[in-house]
Design a protein around this ligand. Structure first.
Ligand SMILES: [Zn+2]
Ligand SMILES: [Zn+2]
Length: 135
């Protein structure tokens, strides 16, 4: 039994997560914005809990010296953030509904675009809330 499942828009990438997703954050950095078209909401799953059930569309883009971003080469969906550590970042929009998850914080708000405001009262961090979330 999986706790969560998800996929890209076209289905050429599908995954299961057999464990919790923690630290649901909205990342307002310029890399997330350009890759997704807006800010990205994501959370962390333990790498050991994560498995790909369809990977024919999966490509990885090395977006920085310490992280790569997984996306679907068929449909363009932005899916994963991976720094090689114990967790893998899951873009929440790719999860099957209902998730039962809730946004917990905003990160990289100093890098936020000028065309929207953050309207909630969740914690906001100028940069990463944890060193490993650096982009
Ligand atoms: Zn796809
Ligand atoms: Zn980001």
């Amino acid at each position: 039994m999986s706790n969560y499942s998800g996929q890209c828009l076209c289905g050429a990438v599908r995954y299961d997560i057999r464990g919790p997703i923690s630290d649901m954050h909205a990342c307002h950095c310029g890399q997330c914005r350009r890759q997704s078209g807006h800010f990205v909401v994501g959370g962390n799953a333990a790498r050991a809990d994560f498995s790909l059930t369809e990977s024919r569309g999966l490509k990885w883009y090395r977006s920085s010296e310490w992280a790569r971003r997984g996306f679907c080469a068929e449909c363009g969906s932005a899916l994963f953030w991976d720094d090689g550590g114990d967790n893998i970042g899951i873009n929440a929009g790719s999860l099957d509904q209902p998730t039962g998850l809730a946004l917990e914080s905003h990160i990289f708000v100093d890098d936020k675009a000028d065309y929207y405001d953050i309207a909630d009262s969740l914690p906001k961090y100028a940069g990463p809330d944890r060193p490993l979330e650096a982009e």
